[in-house]
Design a protein around this ligand. Structure first.
Ligand code: DQA
Length: 143
């Protein structure tokens, strides 16, 4: 059976492509989806984006049957204990991804309340971070 990987993008990530392109690049979420589908043709992907925290909690709960989860929580990264707790309750390989290098930006972006609930964290690789996260799930995680 092929691997099933869930790709979750949180608040404000639906505007990628024109949102601060000097920081987040010019690729849209659809472009990132195409890159992953073309790059990993044997993987069955499910993509979701939401600006609503409760809806994201629901998506995380849905991920139980997947082989792995990649999440860019956007600004929720820095304060959402609800997402932390939802992720803690899901026992599959989980990777937190940030397009930008959050450690080289404002002080408040350096803290993630999500990282303690995932297996791996990637930041500053742009869209390549999503590919690296999928590779981790396929090649290196115990899932
Ligand atoms: C982000 C970084 C967050 O600090 C920010 O709030 C985002 C995007 C990133 O992908 O670099 O919305 O998660």
């Amino acid at each position: 059976m092929s691997l099933r990987i869930f790709i979750l993008n949180g608040v404000n990530l639906g505007t990628l492509g024109h949102r601060q392109p000097e920081i987040y690049g010019t690729l849209t979420l659809n472009d990132i989806e195409s890159i992953l589908r073309h790059g990993f043709q044997s993987v069955s992907f499910e993509f979701r984006q939401t600006d609503h925290e409760g809806e994201m909690v629901g998506f995380i709960r849905e991920s139980t049957g997947f082989s792995g989860l990649v999440i860019n929580p956007g600004a929720w990264t820095h304060y959402s204990y609800a997402l932390h707790d939802a992720l803690k309750a899901v026992d599959i390989p989980k990777v937190e991804v940030h397009l930008s290098n959050v450690h080289a930006r404002e002080e408040w972006r350096r803290a993630s309340v999500i990282s303690a609930a995932v297996d791996a964290v990637l930041a500053g690789m742009g869209a390549c971070g999503y590919r690296a996260a999928v590779e981790y799930i396929i090649e290196c995680s115990k899932g």
